[in-house]
Write a protein that binds this ligand. Structure first.
Ligand code: GDP
Ligand code: IMO
Ligand code: MG
Length: 420
């Protein structure tokens, strides 16, 4: 049996905290897509830490953590992260398994990501520059190198062949940066990678399921960044939605049970691309400040705006969401009025679906307004103590989506979660 936790917006919904919270109820926690573009924040013993490659179950003793075949892996980031995790006293080599089919991010993939973004100028995606796009391109282009290839005696030859191919592309971009140091770090880091439990992920996970073990699949990015269903081309290069669990771990769709969709009580986006409910005024600024909305991976300020129920409903549909987790509700504590987008106006016509190209048509959000609860909710433990005005806000979202908001996160801490 597999349950899924994934983001319903443009990433950074608080997935890391939620996975960490639910991890004790599972045996295996598995990442199925994305790579070090992810930044999942957790508080362990009150201390903040950010995971990019390792699943968010790593801080729970005796939980198996799997990096699935759908993930793209940066050995250098992994090495650094292992050092951080070890500083918390975690024996990461014991509990971390890596699929031999996961693709390797090479130094030249990072260089290509940078070169491609520079070439795009004003039309850049706003990529995290971690090499994600070029690595997935080499996967679908059938050129990439995988974790299992590291164990092949011809690995260096294969590496040099692909590197030469990349160099020709970099020359086309007129990219002249010296990446010698990146390569030195890479070859050092793959030595550590080889020491991990490199497994056939699909047999590994299906054996666990067969034995009755519970698997929690941890999504990265968010549904609106999905390569097929997101705001293309301003998306990431993987399937971030629940279907990605099947291809990214090798599990059949019938094995998936609960799909927990995580959404903020408002909305953010980092990087370029359409964002209909973006607030470019002082309210947006206030949310950014209160919510500390700065990227966990790149430190960039996140764009902030109101919750977008049109996009959220779309995300629930394509993911088959069964329960909603609403995070960062406390960030709205001080606001006197809240808005919720429940339709788009396109050329004066009301629409309730996500258009083909969000930035090709002028979208005006249609809002319903709510009174803010204006109370500190960070210490609330039970739904009964939640302010009435907040209940009205949540009730509206429940009814609109037809899916229950089951959990409300009211602070970054591990214990700050209210069962609704
Ligand atoms: P992820 O990528 O989805 O795991 O999310 P990030 O870690 O990138 O960003 C979420 C940020 O919000 C982190 O700094 C979390 O510590 C913080 N956070 C998570 N849940 C809450 C919450 O309910 N309230 C507040 N104030 N912060 C939260
Ligand atoms: P988590 O897992 C928010 C965004 C980038 C950029 C676009 C493409 O922490 O929620 P990429 O490097 O993937 O080629 O960038 O996607 N992006 C994220 N935004 N959270 C993330 O991950 C993201 N991962 C990528 O900002 O707009
Ligand atoms: Mg993040």
């Amino acid at each position: 049996m597999v349950d899924v936790i994934l983001g319903l917006q443009w990433g950074d919904e608080g997935k890391g905290k939620i996975v960490d919270y639910f991890a004790p109820g599972y045996d295996v926690i598995a990442r199925f897509q994305g790579g070090p573009n992810a930044g999942h924040t957790l508080y362990v013993d009150g201390k903040k830490t950010v995971l990019h490659q390792i699943p968010s179950g790593i801080f729970h003793e005796d939980k198996i953590n799997l990096i699935g075949n759908g993930v793209v892996l940066d050995a250098v980031t992994l090495k650094r992260e292992c050092e951080t995790v070890a500083s918390f006293g975690v024996d990461y080599k014991k509990n971390l398994y890596i699929s031999e089919r996961a693709h390797l991010i090479l130094p030249t993939h990072r260089a290509l990501d940078k070169a491609s973004e520079l070439a795009k100028g004003n039309e850049k995606i706003g990529s995290t520059l971690k090499g994600i796009g070029p690595t997935y391109m080499d996967k679908t282009g059938r050129n990439g190198l995988r974790v299992g290839d590291l164990l092949d005696k011809n690995f260096t030859t294969q590496y040099i062949k692909l590197r030469m191919k990349h160099q020709r592309l970099l020359d086309n971009f007129n990219f002249g940066e010296d990446i010698t140091q990146w390569e030195e770090e890479f070859f050092e880091a793959i030595e550590l990678l080889k020491e991990f439990k490199i497994v056939n992920g699909e047999y590994f996970i299906n054996d666990k399921i067969q034995q009755g073990k519970k698997v929690l699949a941890e999504g990265a990015q968010g549904s609106m960044l999905d390569v097929d269903f997101g705001t293309f081309p301003f998306v990431t290069s993987s399937n971030t939605i629940s279907a990605g669990v099947c291809t990214g771990l090798g599990v059949a769709p019938q094995k998936i049970k609960e799909v927990l969709g995580v959404t903020k009580a408002y909305c953010t986006r980092v990087g370029s691309g359409p964002f209909p409910t973006e607030l470019l005024d002082e309210t947006g600024e206030l949310i950014r400040k209160t919510g500390n909305e700065f990227g966990s991976t790149t430190g960039r300020p996140r764009r902030c705006g109101w919750i977008d129920l049109v996009a959220l409903q779309f995300a629930c549909m394509i993911n088959g969401v069964t329960q909603i987790v609403m995070t960062k509700a406390d960030v709205l504590d001080g606001l006197s009025e809240l808005s919720v987008c429940n339709a788009y106006s396109v050329n004066g016509e009301e629409k309730n679906y996500v258009p083909f190209q969000m930035n090709r048509v002028p979208i005006e959000p249609i809002y319903k307004h709510f009174e803010g609860w204006q109370a500190d909710i960070t210490n609330i433990k039970d739904f009964g103590s939640v302010p009435d005005k907040m209940k009205v806000y949540i009730e509206y979202i429940n009814r609109f989506l037809g899916i229950p908001v089951k959990y409300i996160s009211n602070g970054p801490g591990r214990d700050q979660l209210i069962l609704a």
